[in-house]
Each structure stands twice: as C-alpha cells, then as structure tokens.
Design a protein around this ligand. Structure first.
Ligand SMILES: [Zn+2]
Length: 326
C-alpha cells in the first residue's frame, strides 16, 4: 500500500501522467482486489451457513431460520472495500488480519483496541529498524473488531431477552441480531485462514530455506480460486460439532488465531506441491475443509456463548463512576 500511494503521488503531474496513474491504479486494483475478499465470496458464505445450520434448538428460532441471511452477511465486510467509499475502506481494512509475528512480544494481548494502539506506538517509538511496521494499521486489528462485533451481538441478545420478558415487540432487535451474527462470521472466517494471521500473507518473506513461493498469488489462489472450484458446504459440515460455551471468549479467540498461525507453513508446503492448482491434491482438500470447519466451529461457539452470557446480570453501573461523554 505504501509503494502504491507513492507511485500515485509521483505520477500526478500532467495529463499523460494522470492517464498513466489511472492505468497503474486500474492494474493495481485488478491485482489487489482478489486479496480483498478473503476466503472469497463462497468460503465466507459457507462458513456462515454451516454454522447457522448447527444452531441448537436452545437458541432463538428466528436465528435458526435465518440461514439465508446469515450466509449473505458472511462476505459483508468485503463489500466495504471499494475505493468509491474511501473513508470506509480506509478505516476497516486492518480489521481483516493480524500479523501475529509482529506482536510476539506482547503476550497477552490487551483486551481493548486503544490499549493495543498505545502498546504498539510505544514499541514503534523504541524501534529504529522499520518502526512503521508497528503501526496498528500495519499490524492488523482482527481480534479487536471480532470482539467488538461479538459484544454488539451479546448486547442485542440481552435486549431481545428483556423485550421478550416485558412482552414488547422484538422484530427490530431480531434484525439487529441476525446482522451482527452474520457480520461476526466474516472476521471469524478470516481468522481460520492462516494467511490472515501472518506477515507471510501473500508470498514468503525473509529467510526461505524450503523455497516457498515469494510471488504474490498464493493468498487468493488458496482462499478464492481453489475454494470456489473445489469445496462445497457439505465437504466440511460434518466436521462441525455441537457448540461449546467459551469461558473466556477473547483469550480463546486469540488461541484460535495462534493455532491458525501455526499452519502458515503448511499452506506454503501444500502450494509448493501443487495442492491449490486446478483440482489440487487430496491433502490440500483435507486441509482446506478442516480450516473452513474451524471457522464455522468458532463462529458457532461465539454465537452460543453470546446467547448464554446475555442472560447474565450486567455489572451494577452505579458502582462505577458515571461515564463522561462528549
Ligand atoms: Zn476479510
């Protein structure tokens, strides 16, 4: 992105340069846009739909019946990446990934995004070699947006319970719940794709003794082209089990991302063996099915946990100082 902006600013100097700049933008757009989709439209839709079909009978019926809507919202944040809505694109692109190698020194990760920002800026100030690598938007914010959307879902479930108990209409909050649950699925799905957790997100960087690809194609080849052509919902639905309550959703979600990160090299090894070329290999198929299933399972567990925990009494607001609002 840095070099892309640099090229753009250097070329804005006259009609021919402008035309050239436009061409560069179009070509870069074509090259970069597949990356923007993460698991592709198909993968994100499948992750959400498979989880939706496993919602237990103990959860609200309207949600269990919303398989189509939940599937539709799987790719929703990827619809927010068009240059025609620049502020939106700019603000939310770092939500889709986290380069865990860059935050290995920060364990555990703080639970709120602004404390995370502060730690990263402190690290950047103390770093002389490529300090901008620690900018929050370079490191990525994936677990923070995930927990923020999870929080919205839990709050909406709580509102639903309260309105039901008070015999008030619930249709509006039901719409909110379906949207938040589907939106959440996008980030959880991204987290199961190992290349969304790493500096090696699209081509191996640094020492490369095993000769993995350094070209910028592996990301979309795996999550987009290969999945769309070779994987269907039924191929991994059976791997997703009944949901379990997460006692510490943030810590368990981070553990899920770290587990995904341990599989980065596996993606490169499979690619090297032609696993994602054309029809690919049985090993690549097995691996991909398990990654998609891991995404659906974590999503289902988060939905279930948000539902159960929304019944808990909220901490007494009067015990804390009154919030200061601007
Ligand atoms: Zn994404």
């Amino acid at each position: 992105m840095q070099s892309f902006l640099h090229v753009n600013s250097r070329l804005q100097r006259g009609p021919i340069s402008l035309a050239l700049a436009a061409l560069v933008l179009i070509v870069l757009g074509l090259v970069q846009s597949p990356l923007a989709h993460a698991w592709g439209n198909e993968g994100h839709t499948y992750v959400n739909r498979v989880a939706a079909r496993k919602i237990p009978a103990s959860m609200p019926l309207f949600l269990r019946q919303a398989v189509g809507e939940l599937g539709y919202f799987g790719p929703e944040p990827d619809r927010w990446r068009s240059p025609s809505e620049f502020a939106l694109k700019n603000a939310q692109e770092p939500d889709h990934f986290i380069d865990l190698e860059r935050v290995a020194w920060l364990d555990p990760l703080p639970p709120g995004r602004y404390e995370f920002y502060r730690k990263l800026y402190e690290k950047r100030a103390a770093t002389t070699d490529h300090p901008d690598d620690y900018l929050p938007e370079r490191v990525g914010l994936q677990p923070y947006i995930t927990m923020e959307v999870y929080g919205r879902l839990k709050a909406a479930f709580r509102e639903y319970r309260q309105r039901q108990a008070a015999h008030q209409p619930t249709l509006a909050v039901q719409h909110a719940i379906v949207f938040y649950a589907g939106w959440l699925g996008h980030y959880v799905g991204d987290g199961s794709q190992p290349l969304h957790t790493t500096i090696h997100y699209n081509g191996w960087v640094g020492p490369n003794p095993n000769g993995y690809t350094t070209e910028h194609h592996i990301h979309w080849q795996f999550e987009g082209t290969y999945v769309a052509a070779n994987v269907a919902e039924k191929d991994f639905a059976g791997l997703v089990k009944a949901p379990q309550h997460l006692d510490d959703p943030f810590a368990q979600y981070i553990a899920y991302l770290k587990q995904s990160n341990t599989l980065v090299e596996k993606v490169y090894a499979l690619e090297k063996d032609g696993g994602f070329t054309g029809k690919g290999t049985p090993a690549a198929f097995e691996f991909t099915a398990h990654r998609l299933a891991a995404g659906s399972q974590m999503l289902l567990d988060l939905w279930y946990t948000a539902w159960l925990d929304s019944a808990n009494a909220v901490p007494n607001e009067h015990s804390a100082p009154p919030p200061v609002s601007k």
